[in-house]
Design a binder for this molecule. Structure first.
Ligand code: ARG
Length: 574
């Protein structure tokens, strides 16, 4: 059964069509003055140079004949206010209760989306930027899959580049281990990276040997390739651990690093040249764009092949894109990457369109996100000025969460407390990230994100656990709906909020905006609180109690499903 808003939208459309205005877009939304309002008459009337209030009155007359409409009224310059009957609301509630999908359809069925996300770099720590990509990407994957879509996850790991020359060369020259090869900390690789970089910068002879090592790696020298593979494997084990801690859906099978496209690059460059998409400029193979210029007015090209013959980030992305469309048959490409890479993706997508690798029917979207800021309002760094390690953030959040949970639950201890702390701590980190419009920067504030009130993950986990405890106390009482019982305003508000779940998910998918789901769940939890304050559930009796329990159950299920789609656990108790 469609949502109330969408069936009202159909009603208004039908009424408008009968008035000869088939183009009218109803624009149904919730209203302060009624259950819903329709704003579409204004634009339609303006286009016809007619009085909007007159047209609205005609629409109202048609709508009043609909049995589910309790009242329809013209408001303001030509809005239509709509109230539904209690019976219509209760019928909707009944329908949702028996539907395990909570009214959510499968509009993504038959659509294949390739989502490029997380994308850490080998031999380097994952930082907050990778955290954002991982969390946002994972939420989008979950929502698209829940809407019936086929999703291919691609972890475009940075596993290729000249830095491997210095890493491998340093390892060869200093075979004694620098630190224990402990995947949990990645200390060995971090130390290796630091020392190799220092020697590379300080010692020209070492830098030369490192460069020769790059050539050996690219030429496939077996010992060098084996060393590279070991470094990749060590990092990958570490990434997998982080993904497990975060509870995201990425697996080894989703990792297709930049190196995977190596063999495709020369052919790709030839093809771009042959099709005259790319031209040689100062020895480099470049793609130019009319509207992309640097501050000096000179055009900024996408460099497909450097003048030394090497391929970089751009070529790899083009090869990956071509493969995703050509072989994986993507209907849509998403790249969950820092907003600072906007120009890169614009150039890559443009190039691919010109080359014919990205048909007009396949959208390619840079799902950009802003920067995580520290307390000083500047990009988040440690006091020493280093990037903040993602694992340190998680550890801190889980430790703080343990205090919050223990304060509420003195009897919880040991593994149960640890598990609860993990659910609450990682949930808080994820929610704090997802709740913001992704393109905006946000300030990382571990104290605020674990507040029990306000728009936080913990608040929603509590709201969910509270509903479950009400239901547990009502054991044995049937949550069946009696459609003849009149509704209180707080009950109406809750039914209307619950009914908007499917439409909210559609909005999330349309704009790749998980924060819309966060905002929805937060409002739902608040509406539930008001309902629970005004309408006794366990202390009331008879069919009224059945109806209210039904509302509790649907609220609990909706909160849990919503949190899961954000990648956040919803424990039964907190
Ligand atoms: N590894 C890159 C980084 O850490 C991000 C890669 C983004 N994905 C892509 N297909 N270019 O900045």
């Amino acid at each position: 059964m469609p949502s109330l808003a969408s069936s009202l939208s159909d009603c208004v459309s039908a009424a408008a069509a009968r008035l000869g205005m088939a183009d009218l877009a109803p624009q149904i939304r919730r209203s302060e003055h009624a259950d819903f309002q329709s704003d579409g008459v204004l634009a339609a009337a303006r286009a016809r140079r007619r009085n909007p209030r007159e047209i609205a009155a005609e629409v109202v007359a048609r709508l009043s004949a609909d049995g589910r409409v309790a009242a329809a009224q013209v408001a303001g310059p030509g809005f239509v206010n709509l109230d539904l009957t209690d019976g219509a609301l209760l019928a909707q509630l009944t329908d949702r209760l028996t539907d395990p999908r909570l009214g959510v359809g499968t509009p993504e069925a038959g659509v294949t989306t390739v989502v490029d996300y997380s994308q850490p770099n080998i031999a380097k720590e994952m930082h907050v930027g990778h955290l954002r990509s991982t969390i946002i990407g994972d939420a989008l994957v979950r929502v698209l899959e829940h809407l019936g879509g086929t999703v291919v996850r691609r972890n475009h790991i940075g596993d290729w580049g000249t830095q491997f020359g210095m890493l491998i060369q340093h390892q060869v020259e200093h075979p004694e281990p620098t630190a224990p090869q402990d995947a949990g900390t990645m200390r060995r690789l971090a130390t290796l990276y630091r020392r190799a970089r220092a020697d590379f910068d300080a010692d020209p002879a070492f830098a030369d040997r490192a460069r020769r090592r790059v050539v050996a790696l690219q030429a496939g020298d077996p010992a060098t390739v084996a060393a590279w593979r070991d470094i990749v494997a060590e990092s990958t084990r570490y990434f997998t651990e982080v993904y497990d801690r975060l509870g995201v859906r990425l697996t080894d099978a989703d990792s297709v690093g930049e190196s995977a496209y190596n063999t495709a690059l020369p052919g790709l460059a030839d093809e771009l040249e042959r099709r005259r998409v790319a031209v040689t400029s100062d020895g480099a193979l470049c793609v130019f764009f009319d509207d992309l210029r640097g501050p000096d007015g000179e055009p900024t090209p996408l460099i497909v092949r450097k003048s030394d013959g090497g391929f970089g980030y751009a070529a790899t992305d083009l090869a990956a894109l071509r493969q995703r469309v050509g072989e994986l048959h993507a209907d849509r490409l998403l790249y969950v990457v820092d907003a600072r890479q906007a120009r890169h993706f614009r150039m890559v997508f443009d190039t691919a369109r010109r080359a014919g690798w990205l048909p007009p029917t396949v959208p390619a979207v840079h799902v950009a996100f802003g920067t995580v800021l520290g307390p000083d309002g500047r990009p988040f760094k440690t006091r020493a000025g280093d990037t903040v390690r993602l694992v340190d953030l998680l550890t801190e959040a889980v430790d703080r969460a343990r205090d919050v949970v223990a304060a509420k639950n003195p009897e919880l201890a040991g593994e149960a407390l640890d598990e609860r702390a993990r659910q609450v701590g990682t949930g808080a980190v994820k929610y704090a990230d997802l709740a913001n419009n992704r393109v905006r920067d946000y300030t990382y504030d571990p104290q605020r994100m674990l507040a029990l009130t306000g728009n936080t993950g913990v608040y929603l986990q509590y709201a969910h656990a509270r509903v479950r405890s009400i239901l547990a106390r009502a054991e044995g009482v049937e949550a069946t709906v009696d459609p003849t019982v009149g509704l209180e305003p707080a009950e109406r508000a809750l039914i209307l909020d619950l009914d908007a779940f499917a439409d909210t998910l559609a909005e999330v998918a349309a704009g790749y905006e998980p924060h819309r789901l966060c905002g929805y769940l937060y409002r739902l939890a608040q509406t539930f609180t008001t309902f629970y304050e005004r309408c006794p559930v366990l202390r009331t009796t008879g069919t009224r109690r059945g109806n209210r329990l039904a509302l509790c159950r649907l609220t609990g299920d909706t909160l849990r499903t919503g949190l899961h789609l954000l990648g956040i656990d919803a424990p039964e108790q907190l």
